[in-house]
Design a protein around this ligand. Structure first.
Ligand code: BES
Ligand code: MN
Ligand code: ZN
Length: 501
């Protein structure tokens, strides 16, 4: 969808549809009041008659609104004005796009960004509008022979009350578009099935898509290269599958060559059957989403490519399948990681940490000032935190703080879990330096404890996105998280042109 920002007066604006907010109960927003005056009280009368009272999630379409040039007015319920916060603002935007799409409206002028959102300024409101609208516009029909009817909503103008704020609003729009572009790229990769999105597909798509951007370099390491690096833990997982593994390395250099990069590491298991410790078959199809960490990292690189901010970022994505072929890891097998530490594979379904540990060791060579790994790592994280925040653990308080703040700002939240020494005992092995599982208790934490043994030389944080990377049920599909969080974290380090504060 094409978005732009403009300063317009609702009663004078020609458009297929004007979108304005109504608060509970029956309180017209400023733009709605102006329309009401031009329509001699028709909106007030409509609300009085009980057709709408402004409740969250509701809307009412007014066709042919008489003397004004617009062809329709869409009233969007925003809930109580004093409760109108980031979450409700997003909900109002989503309600609006859905209503417009259903009625095949082609272009619209949206006055919702004018509404005062608690604790948020204009640039944030524009950015979030762009993100929300572009993400609502996404659909996955690449593999349907009959395509969903193409979205008819082609253009939308976001209104900005004060002309003086237009330059800032334009920047915010560009940022929102880039984040949504990155998130939608991640969703597309996530939604593709395991037989299409294999490790080599992931690598060639990353290469094709990302190398088109300036300041971006993509390198793909194959089986032989990975062997030469002695990534024994990663290779042991890949051995159980017919599909060869890939290590995808993307470097974005937007700042001086001597500035140390941030490293992002993403779990790229394109299908997780569990291996010999095979998973139960119910919902196993959802394990095609086990590369959503990789997708989130590549989506964030996509955002950087589009925006070209002054920062250096390296992405490292280990990718393979976890399958129970004759060459697969067997419970009890002991493998040697790139770091030299040995690992007893007590459960072949705890494969994410096996590929990540070698990727984290590899990341050391970039001398990163911070490393964040992103992984659909544990079902235990979903049990602990549910589906709203990602789990966050790490060895550096400043880094953790920055990531938590970024998630809060971007509406893509994380919640910290403790990474205490005490938990390390659960990883003891009688036969190797460590086991790859830590028992039933605190599974999300012991998984991070495992990774912590490979990141002692780094400032490191780990995002467990098992609960947030995709939705199940009839809305099944990848969410694009944590692209907004990671984008915010990186852009926060790029100065005022990118923080817009
Ligand atoms: N990819 C899964 C984690 C997962 C499971 C994410 C379900 C989302 C939903 C991971 O590889 C895995 O299988 N983890 C095991 C670890 C266990 C064997 C210690 C798990 O969570 O059960
Ligand atoms: Mn697994
Ligand atoms: Zn997995």
């Amino acid at each position: 969808m094409e978005l732009n920002v403009k300063t317009t007066l609702a009663p004078d604006t020609r458009s297929d549809c004007l979108v304005v907010g109504v608060f509970e109960r029956r309180k017209l927003s400023a733009a709605a009041q102006e329309l009401d005056a031009a329509l001699e009280g028709r909106l007030t009368a409509l609300l009085k008659s009980g057709d709408m009272d402004g409740k969250e999630g509701t809307h009412l379409l007014l066709p042919d609104p008489g003397p004004i040039p617009a062809r329709r007015i869409l009233l969007v319920g925003c809930g109580k004005e004093k409760d109108f916060d980031a979450r409700r603002y997003r909900k109002a935007l989503t309600t609006a796009v859905k209503a417009l799409q259903k009625r095949h409206v082609r272009d619209a002028v949206n006055y919702l960004p004018d509404l005062p959102v608690r604790d948020r300024g204009l640039p944030w409101r524009i950015r979030l509008a762009a993100e929300t609208l572009q993400q609502a516009d996404y659909r996955f029909d690449a593999l349907k022979s009959e395509k969903d009817t193409p979205p008819s909503l082609r253009r939308m103008t976001l209104n900005v009350i004060d002309k003086a704020h237009l330059p800032k609003a334009k920047r915010a729009l560009a940022i929102g578009n880039a984040i949504a572009g990155g998130a939608n790229f991640a969703r597309e990769l996530g939604n593709l099935p395991g037989n299409v999105c294999t490790p080599s597909y992931l690598a060639s798509t990353a290469q094709k898509t990302l190398k088109a951007f300036p300041n971006m370099k993509v390198r793909v390491l194959k089986q032989k290269d990975i062997e030469a690096l002695k990534m024994g833990a990663f290779l042991s997982v890949a051995k159980g599958s017919e599909q060869p593994p890939r290590l995808i390395v993307v470097e974005y250099r937007g700042a001086d060559a001597d500035e140390r990069p941030v490293a992002l590491v993403g779990k790229g298991i394109t299908f997780d059957s569990g291996g010999i410790s095979i998973k139960p078959s119910a919902s196993m199809d959802e394990m095609k989403f086990d590369m959503c960490g990789a997708a989130g990292v590549l989506g964030t690189m996509h955002m950087l490519g589009e925006l070209q901010p002054p920062i250096n970022v390296v992405a490292v994505v280990p990718s393979c399948e976890n399958m129970p072929d004759g060459g697969a890891n067997k419970p009890g097998d002991i493998v040697t990681s790139m770091s030299g530490q040995t690992i007893e594979v007590l459960n072949t379904d705890a494969e994410g940490r096996l590929i990540l540990c070698d990727a984290l060791t590899y990341a050391e060579r970039f001398k990163p000032r911070a490393v964040v790994d992103v992984a659909t790592l544990t079902g235990a994280c979903v049990i602990a935190l549910g589906k709203h925040p990602a789990g966050l653990l790490g060895n550096d308080d400043t880094l953790i703080r920055r990531l938590l703040d970024a998630g809060e700002k971007a509406g893509d939240r994380a919640w910290q879990l403790p990474l205490w020494e005490e938990y390390q005992d659960q990883l003891k092995s009688n036969f190797a330096d460590m086991a790859n599982i830590g028992g039933r208790e605190a599974g999300a934490i012991t998984a991070a404890c495992f990774l912590a043994r490979f990141t002692k030389k780094l400032k490191w944080a780990h995002l467990d996105i098992a609960g947030v990377a995709w939705e199940s049920g009839n809305r099944k599909g990848a969410t694009g998280r944590p692209v907004p969080l990671l984008s915010q974290y990186l852009l926060d380090q790029c100065g005022r042109d990118y923080t817009l504060e």
